[in-house]
Design a protein around this ligand. Structure first.
Ligand SMILES: Nc1ncnc2c1ncn2[C@@H]1O[C@H](COP(=O)(O)OP(=O)(O)OP(=O)(O)O)[C@@H](O)[C@H]1O
Ligand SMILES: [Mg+2]
Length: 259
C-alpha cells in the first residue's frame, strides 16, 4: 500500500478541447499532495485521469503517461476497473448509497468486486475500515441503519471507509471538505494525517489553510484564460510553495492576490 504516481507530459482532452496540458509530476508514496489553483484550471480533470475515471465521459481521452510505481496505468491489457480499485476516490459531496445500511456501504466496493468473504471476515473488514476512517465509535451500535441517517461529516467519513475497505494504494480526494462544517473538516484533516501512514493521498482543495495544514507537497495549477488548457505551474514542498515559491503566479495565488 502507498505507491508512487508519476505523470509524464500528460495532456487531457474533452473531445477536441485540451483541458490540461503538459503535466509532469511525481507524487511520492505515503505523502499527502495538495492540488490548488483557480476554478476551471483542470484539478478535477487531472485527478480523474489518474484513476481512469476521465475516460468514462464520451470523447474524453489522455495523451502522455501515468504510472503507478513505474507501471503504465494506460498500458495495453490494463483493466480500468482494476485501476479504480487500486486508486480510490472520495468526492466533494458525500455520496453513500442512501438506502443501504452503514455496514453494507462500507463493503459496497468489495461486493462490486464480487469477492466472496465469510461473515466474520466481512465483520472484521467493516470494523477495521470504520476505525480507519475514525467513525467506528459513532456508528458501531447502528451498523444496520441506512447511511443517509448520518451527518454530512459522518457520511464523508463513511465514504472514506468505503474507499479504504478495498485496500487501495492511493486515495484521491476532490474537495472532500467543501460541504462540511469546520469541526467535521478538522476531523477529516486529522484522518488524512493518519491515513498517509498507509496510503498515498492526493487532495484538491480551494482552502489554502487546509493545503498548508494537511499536505507535504503542493502543486499549483493555473489557466491563462477561458478556452486555454490548465497547466501545472509549480510543485514543491508545501512550506516552500507557501513561503517562497519560484513563480510569481504561485505567490499571487497563495497570498490571495489573484484575479
Ligand atoms: N465533462 C466535461 N466535458 C467537457 N468539458 C469539461 C468537462 N468537465 C470539465 N470540463 C472543462 O475542463 C476544464 C477543467 O475543468 P475541471 O473541472 O477539471 O476544473 P477544476 O480545476 O476542478 O475547477 P473547480 O475548482 O471549479 O472544481 C474546464 O474548462 C471545464 O469546463
Ligand atoms: Mg474541480
Amino acid at each position: 500500500m502507498g505507491k508512487a504516481i508519476e505523470a509524464k507530459d500528460l495532456n487531457i482532452y474533452y473531445s477536441a478541447f485540451r483541458a490540461v496540458e503538459g503535466v509532469n509530476m511525481t507524487i511520492r508514496p505515503k505523502t499527502v499532495t495538495a492540488l490548488i489553483g483557480p476554478s476551471g484550471c483542470g484539478k478535477s480533470t487531472y485527478l480523474r485521469a489518474i484513476n481512469r475515471m476521465h475516460e468514462v465521459i464520451p470523447g474524453a481521452r489522455v495523451e502522455g503517461k501515468l504510472e503507478l510505481d513505474g507501471k503504465d496505468l494506460y498500458g495495453p491489457g490494463i483493466d480500468p476497473v482494476g485501476v479504480r480499485r487500486q486508486i480510490g476516490m472520495v468526492f466533494q459531496r458525500p455520496n453513500p448509497f442512501p438506502t443501504m445500511s452503514i455496514y453494507d456501504n462500507v463493503i459496497a466496493g468489495q461486493r462490486l468486486n464480487s469477492k466472496k468473504l465469510r461473515k466474520d471476515a466481512t465483520d472484521d473488514l467493516v470494523e477495521k475500515s470504520l476505525r480507519g476512517a475514525n467513525l467506528w465509535n459513532e456508528v458501531k451500535d447502528r451498523l444496520e441503519k441506512p447511511g443517509s441517517g448520518l451527518s454530512g461529516g459522518q457520511q464523508q467519513r463513511l465514504c472514506i471507509a468505503r474507499a479504504i475497505a478495498v485496500q487501495p494504494d492511493v486515495l484521491l480526494m476532490d474537495e472532500p471538505c467543501s460541504a462540511l462544517d469546520p469541526i467535521s473538516t478538522l476531523a477529516i484533516e486529522d484522518l488524512i494525517n493518519e491515513l498517509k501512514m498507509d496510503f498515498t493521498i492526493v487532495i484538491v482543495t480551494h482552502n489554502m489553510q487546509q493545503a498548508a495544514r494537511v499536505s507535504d507537497y503542493t502543486g499549483f495549477f493555473n489557466i491563462e484564460g477561458t478556452g486555454k488548457p490548465g497547466k501545472l505551474v509549480e510543485m514543491d514542498e508545501t512550506k516552500t510553495i507557501f513561503s517562497q515559491p519560484k513563480e510569481k503566479a504561485t505567490e499571487d495565488y497563495v497570498s490571495g492576490r489573484f484575479g
